[in-house]
Design a protein around this ligand. Structure first.
Ligand code: FAD
Length: 404
């Protein structure tokens, strides 16, 4: 009889992991605490490593038209009032790795993954908040807030930043506020951008950073990162009209030239969220329970790697679980240790790289900002360190043929 895998969380990792496992003959079920898929968040950069994983399921090509393939990256300095550089790296990535870098609305992406999982017969239960896990012999039992339970051969925590599965395994370590907020939104593409190629445009300022890009042929997303000492929660939801207008008016970037001014003025949807971190654990499993995605390694969004790294976790975990069949305590232990050995060094680089990039984006003081802008100009519009790391990261999780 096929092994039953319980997945907690139907965000981004959950449905993809479920589809890959089902594709390999496992019996899977997802439990999600929300009553339905939430249309929250802004946009995500989906890079080639995600396309490689989704292609195993035939889901890569249909994703491309749901977002906007990017061609160039343009970087300005607010202090200098000039262009620091323009690269066509995004267009070259497609030629190099066979898959594009796209920007897609997070809500649209989540809906696509959920619909695909449902179409493939993945069992998904909503309104099921995981609260605890028990292991008895070769079985694992998930306990939900409503008092119900589910039994399987394995449980995977895909339950994000505040992972309850992680708390159950290793005790509660609260997510820590990083002292940064992002305020961002969607807007119809202003006339200003009509002659630019689709891509990412960013402006580095003194104590603030602005980034924007096309999410489809008519709309753009933007976000500004700012230091804010008082804690701001990260609920990623749409803000109401009155608070939005006041907040937008007060933003530093609302007066910036080279695009921000026009985009902020045209905004139709606004969200504000604090950025949080949790330490990367040295071990991601205990017994027959294992963590994937943000549950194991949440990251700030400045390298655009959170959702992409989660896809690499899914690929390696499924590949190793196939090798671990028939499951025994020892074969699972070997699989999980190998999974951690491959993934921890890479996600550590991604998380630390994103944190360093966040700090560069909110540098305060003329001298420090001028030195940063000079470094970016010397890299043709990108910080050379960041560029090198990003190029390494987007190649994974395999070169050549998939082993799944
Ligand atoms: C609402 C939201 C909006 C975001 N917006 C952006 C964005 O605009 N830009 C960006 O770069 N990154 C954004 N992120 C972060 C990015 O999406 C993540 O890095 C990426 O999704 C990681 O995927 P994941 O599946 O590990 O976690 P998530 O996508 O966070 O999915 C976790 C899922 O688990 C569910 N869950 C949590 N606890 C329980 C529980 N106890 N029981 C059952 N289910 C549970 C959650 O409801 C959620 O559906 C956002 C994250 C969230 C949660």
């Amino acid at each position: 009889m096929s092994k039953r895998v319980i997945i907690i969380g139907c965000g981004i990792a959950g449905p993809v992991l479920a589809m890959l496992l089902k594709h390999k003959g496992f019996d899977v079920v997802i439990y999600e605490r929300q009553p339905e898929i939430q249309p929250s968040g802004l946009a995500l950069g989906v890079s080639p490593q995600t396309f490689k994983v989704l292609n195993i399921l035939g889901l890569a090509e249909p994703l491309i038209p749901l977002g906007q393939p990017l061609e160039e990256m343009t970087t300005y300095s607010q202090l200098r009032g000039e262009l620091l550089g323009k690269t066509d790296g995004a267009a070259k990535i497609r030629a190099w790795l066979g898959w594009p870098l796209i920007l897609v609305s997070r809500a649209r992406y989540c809906q696509y993954l959920f619909d695909s999982a449902k179409d493939r017969g993945v069992e998904i239960h909503f309104n099921k908040r995981f609260v605890d896990v028990r292991e008895e012999g070769e079985k694992v039992t998930a306990v939900f807030e409503d008092g119900t339970e589910a039994v399987g051969d394995l449980l995977v925590g895909c339950d994000g930043l505040h992972s309850g599965v992680r708390n159950s395994l290793f005790g509660k370590d609260e997510a820590t506020y990083m002292g940064l907020v992002q305020i961002g939104g969607f807007a119809p593409q202003p006339e200003y951008f009509s002659s630019t190629k689709p891509g990412i445009m960013q402006v580095f300022g003194d104590g603030a950073h602005f980034i924007c890009g096309q999410v489809n042929s008519t709309a753009m997303m933007w976000a500004t990162t700012l230091p804010q000492p008082t804690e701001a929660f990260e609920d990623w939801r749409r803000l109401g009209n009155d608070e939005t207008k006041e907040m937008l008016k007060g933003l530093q970037v609302a007066g910036w030239e080279n695009g921000p001014k026009e985009l902020v003025a045209a905004t139709t949807f606004v969200t504000k969220y604090g950025l949080y971190e949790r330490p990367i654990l040295p071990v991601w499993h205990k017994g027959r329970v294992v963590l994937v995605g943000d549950a194991a390694h949440p990251t700030s969004p400045h390298l655009g790697q959170g959702a992409n790294q989660a896809m690499e976790d899914c690929y390696h975990l499924v590949r190793l679980l196939c090798k671990a069949e028939p499951f025994t305590d020892s074969s699972l232990q070997t699989a999980f240790e190998e999974y951690e050995r491959i993934r921890i060094p890479i996600v550590t680089q991604a998380v630390e790289g994103a944190k360093a990039e966040g700090a560069r984006r909110v540098l305060v003081g003329k001298e420090a900002c001028e030195a940063r802008d000079e470094l970016i100009a010397s890299g043709g519009g990108n910080n050379p360190e960041r560029q090198k790391l990003q190029m390494q990261l987007i190649q994974g999780p395999f070169m050549g043929e998939s082993e799944i």
